[in-house]
Design a protein around this ligand. Structure first.
Ligand code: AMP
Length: 120
């Protein structure tokens, strides 16, 4: 399946790039939910976190650390989110991590706290 992120990787659609290496790309989200909102993707397509080869995650973790250091988020802190599947509201079916920072973020982000407590 080809997604908008595949087109960004191929250079068919532009992005506001933060960092890139042979295997990963980080770019600014087009619709930021925080002062800093970066998406990190592998160049190989995985639908989402649940279907990723765990071996990729070791390298991806190192790349995310590099992005954080590059942006100063390693010191100020950031939130790392991977929306996975329908209930998480995943829109783009190419694994991506959201890195959110640049300000104190509110928490939690579930829709209904009473609903959430049913699962404790
Ligand atoms: P998700 O809901 O986790 O699938 O998030 C998809 C994210 O991709 C959203 O935050 C969108 O704003 C972002 N997005 C979609 N298209 C683009 C694009 N062309 N460039 C940058 N970010 C994008």
């Amino acid at each position: 399946m080809s997604t908008i992120f595949s087109k960004i990787i191929k250079g068919e659609i532009p992005c506001n790039k933060v960092l890139e290496d042979d295997e990963f790309l980080a770019f600014h989200d087009i619709n930021p939910r925080a002062p800093i909102h970066i998406l990190v993707i592998p160049k190989v397509e995985y639908k989402n976190f649940q279907s990723v080869d765990p071996a990729i995650m070791e390298k991806m973790t190192k790349f995310i650390h590099r992005v954080a250091t590059h942006m100063g988020l390693d010191k100020s802190g950031y939130r790392l989110i991977a929306n996975n599947g329908e209930n998480a509201g995943q829109e783009v079916l190419h694994l991506h991590f959201h890195m959110l920072g640049g300000a104190k973020l509110t928490w939690p982000n579930v829709t209904n706290l009473d609903e959430a407590k049913k699962f404790i």
